[in-house]
Design a protein around this ligand. Structure first.
Ligand SMILES: [Zn+2]
Length: 77
C-alpha cells in the first residue's frame, strides 16, 4: 500500500467507508468512530494556501467587525 502522505482517503473498517485524510483528527483518528487510522493528517488534503485564505478572511472579518463597532458608536453618540 502507498504511504499515508500519498493517499487522499483511508479505509475505516469500523465505519465501513473511505475517510478523507483531511477529515481525520490531528491524532489521525476517524471522525466517525475515533478509531486510529493514521499517524497524523500531515500531508492530508488541506494545503498550506488554505490557511493563508483562512488568515486573510479572519483579518478581513475582524476589520469589518471593527468598522461595525465604530459605526454603532457613531450612531450612539
Ligand atoms: Zn470510523
Amino acid at each position: 500500500m502507498d504511504s499515508i502522505g500519498a493517499q487522499k482517503v483511508i479505509w475505516c473498517d469500523n465505519c465501513d467507508r473511505d475517510v478523507d485524510i483531511g477529515l481525520l483528527s490531528p491524532d489521525g483518528l476517524c471522525p466517525g468512530c475515533d478509531t486510529w487510522l493514521a499517524d497524523s493528517r500531515d500531508g492530508g488534503s488541506v494545503p498550506w494556501h488554505f490557511w493563508v485564505v483562512v488568515v486573510a478572511a479572519v483579518i478581513y472579518l475582524g476589520w469589518r467587525a471593527a468598522q461595525g463597532v465604530l459605526w454603532v458608536g457613531q450612531q450612539l453618540f
